[in-house]
Ligand binder design. Structure first.
Ligand SMILES: CC(=O)SCCNC(=O)CCNC(=O)[C@H](O)C(C)(C)COP(=O)(O)OP(=O)(O)OC[C@H]1O[C@@H](n2cnc3c(N)ncnc32)[C@H](O)[C@@H]1OP(=O)(O)O
Length: 424
């Protein structure tokens, strides 16, 4: 669908930041003014930012979206180019006229032109993106733990040094960026699919800033660093504390923004420190991988409150390339029949053949299909955490050759759960 008349889609440069922010405060309600928001570093890559307007009647921006051009996005066994869709907004005066649909169609073309075989995003509302072929590819936990919750012991934890300081982007930014990036390849090089890092300079500057505006009344950002015997940083957590002085005593909460450890002892040291900060009664961590070490280290998992949510949605844009770019956790030889209502080049029958832990050969075929599914389900399975067998149980994958389901589901899976630990 082209952009509905009389609207037009055009690139938006950084000189139009105010227009973008004016639209933004309508699309995402906030009590911050455009003047205040102007002072917050923008994470956008402006060369991939686009607006929809009606130039002839002076409408500023009716719609906006941008793409982060990720070039090392982790998928099972590989790092690939991914066009990360972001900052999607349509002004309430212009909603439900097809502006989002036309922006998505443009985004797909733009990604393909930029060599990105997949697009991904985090959704403000989960029901929005499935219709465009995005599948829910990772879920993450939100954890609430009582102070001093017991952890199973890990050898070497006590020997590690800790340092708790106020966050200083100039000093700590590079240290944290290195740990965060290295974590995409643990454990033992297997890698965590979906672990998006702050690849662009704008994303990194925006992530490392701590403007008072974004603190929600909490203290400025704090950093906990764990160092090994040689002084090398091996884990970090960023957090903010709050405390309420109740009749029964102080009731404080540690709001963990990120907690990332490169080794088991470092994870133990990190979490046991967070779990015993003075004047606090609770530790809350909003985005944690479902197989994060903390989940296995807690002695009494029922004493923790765990809630899970969708995180990353993946859209396969160039099927043969996307399926060839990742690796497979088992030998597979399967014919898929794929439907794709928006990108017809993906539709039809594809033979996918791979040896265990290798890339796949992906070719068109006339052979009878073993599995029949929509591109949305293939996107959901792409990071290895949404099982093709689970989707078949839900009736979302039609199984024509029952003997092929097990090998396909095993091959598409990955030993480490897909996750990212931030929203961007
Ligand atoms: C990746 C990100 O940036 S997530 C952020 C998304 N942005 C927001 O949530 C901000 C607030 N919301 C908005 O700005 C707008 O309502 C948008 C962007 C969600 C939708 O924009 P619109 O231009 O109104 O959408 P458009 O008219 O193209 O609708 C396309 C389809 O999506 C559906 N749709 C749109 N918004 C929603 C929603 N919030 N929930 C469910 N369905 C929706 C429409 O009903 C339509 O369905 P159809 O194809 O079956 O007819």
């Amino acid at each position: 669908m082209p952009v509905p008349a009389p609207y037009r889609l055009a690139p938006v440069g950084s000189d139009r930041l105010d227009d973008v922010l004016r639209l933004d405060v309508w699309a995402f309600p906030t009590d911050h003014s455009v003047e205040q928001l102007r002072g917050v570093p923008s994470p956008l890559t402006w060369s991939r930012a686009y607006g929809v307007g009606r130039p002839e009647d002076g409408t500023d921006l009716a719609g906006f979206h941008a793409t982060y051009p990720l070039r090392a996005y982790p998928v099972p066994g590989a790092e690939v180019a991914c066009g990360w869709l972001t900052w999607v907004g349509v002004h309430p005066n212009h909603r439900r006229r097809g502006i989002l649909r036309s922006m998505i169609e443009f985004h797909f073309e733009d990604c393909i032109a930029n060599g990105e075989a997949i697009s991904a995003l985090t959704a403000s509302e989960p029901p929005i993106y499935g219709r465009f072929g995005y599948g829910m590819a990772s879920t993450t936990l939100s954890l609430s733990l009582a102070r001093r919750a017991a952890l199973r012991p890990v050898a070497g934890s006590d020997a590690l040094d800790i340092d708790i300081v106020e966050w200083d982007a100039g000093i700590h930014g590079p240290i944290v960026a290195e740990i965060h990036q290295s974590y995409a390849r643990v454990p033992e090089g297997l890698g965590r699919p979906g672990w998006a890092t702050r690849e662009t300079p704008e994303l990194r500057t925006a992530r490392e800033a701590d403007p008072p505006l974004t603190r929600d009344g909490r203290e400025s950002l704090r950093l906990l660093l764990v160092r090994d015997g040689d002084g090398r940083p091996v884990a970090f957590a960023t957090f903010r504390r709050t405390v309420a002085w109740e009749r029964g005593g102080p009731e404080g909460t540690v709001h963990v923004r990120e907690a990332v450890a490169l080794a088991p002892a470092a994870a133990h040291r990190l979490w046991s420190t967070l779990l015993d900060l003075d004047l606090t009664t609770r530790v809350k961590a909003g985005i944690v991988a479902v197989d994060d070490p903390i989940v296995s280290l807690i002695v009494d998992i029922r004493a923790a409150t765990a809630d899970y949510q969708d995180h990353t949605w993946v859209r396969i844009l160039d099927l043969p390339r996307a399926l060839a770019e990742r690796r497979y956790a088992g030998e597979v030889d399967v014919v898929l029949e794929v439907s794709d209502g928006m990108l017809p080049a993906n539709a039809g029958r594809w033979r996918v053949r791979a040896d265990a832990w290798q890339h796949a050969g992906v070719t068109r075929t006339d052979a009878e299909p073993d599995l029949v599914l929509d591109i949305r389900e293939l996107g959901a399975a792409h990071l290895g955490s949404t099982s093709l067998a689970g989707l078949a149980l839900a009736g979302l994958v039609e199984v024509r050759s029952p003997d092929k389901l097990a090998s396909a589901a095993a091959a598409w899976s990955w030993p480490v759960a897909a996750a990212a630990n931030w929203i961007f």
